[in-house]
Each structure stands twice: as C-alpha cells, then as structure tokens.
Design a protein around this ligand. Structure first.
Ligand code: 5GP
Ligand code: ZN
Length: 107
C-alpha cells in the first residue's frame, strides 16, 4: 500500500536486515527496541489492524503462522521467556497500520 512504511520495508524500498523471510511473512528488529530483544513479525499482505482480518482460512492461517515464526525466533535465541503482543487501534498504541506481532524479551 502507498505510504505504508512496512510495505516499503517488505518491498525493499527501505533497506532493512531481515531476521526471517518467506513468501508470506518477514521479521526484523524494531527500530526503537523496548527490550533487549524486540522483533516485529509482519505479513507481506497489507492488513491495517487485527480488526480488518477476514474470517477466512487464509487470514487465520497467516496469523497462526506469525505466532509459529515468533516461537521459532525465541527458540533460536534460547529465550527463557518472552511476550507476544498485537496493539490494535490508536488508543492501544498502534502507530503503524499494517499488522505486526511484537516479540519482546530481556532474555
Ligand atoms: P505499534 O505501536 O504500531 O504496535 O508498533 C510499531 C512499531 O514499529 C514501534 O515499536 C516502532 O518502534 C516500530 N517502527 C516504526 N517505524 C519503523 C521503521 O521504520 N523500522 C523499524 N524497524 N521499526 C519501526
Ligand atoms: Zn502495509
């Protein structure tokens, strides 16, 4: 989508180091980390918020896959514990309107 910073990262218009990339999902470090580990797991499909998910197998599988990728990154990094968070809507602190799962951990 035009003017979406995460779409620009996905399309490599903004150079970024990817922690994970497959045909549907990318992951990269948050530019302003809130913890020692702060990774964003982002679908390539532009969906503004969790409220915009379709009740389709495609979208349900996509969100499930984001969680599994977050788990794999936590496992690779041998994190003893971690948090997974979606901010939904401006009042909950969402500032980028392209869904993303925050993985945060201090180890
Ligand atoms: P939100 O508040 O929308 O759930 O989270 C957006 C996150 O994206 C924030 O933690 C913010 O630091 C991060 N962020 C915003 N712009 C960029 C960027 O250009 N690159 C990266 N890597 N992270 C960004
Ligand atoms: Zn987007």
């Amino acid at each position: 989508m035009d003017n979406c910073i995460f779409c620009k990262i996905i399309n490599k218009e903004i150079p970024s180091e990817f922690i994970h990339e497959d045909n549907e999902i990318i992951a990269f470090n948050d530019i302003n980390p809130a913890a020692k580990h702060h990774v964003l797991i982002v679908p390539k499909k532009h969906i503004p918020t969790i409220n915009d998910l379709n009740e389709s197998e495609e979208d349900e599988l996509l969100v499930g896959k984001m969680t599994v990728i977050a788990r794999n990154i936590a496992k690779e990094r041998e994190l003893s514990g971690y948090r997974l968070q979606f901010n939904v809507g401006r009042s909950a602190g969402q500032i980028i309107f392209h869904i993303h799962l925050h993985l945060t951990s201090d180890g």
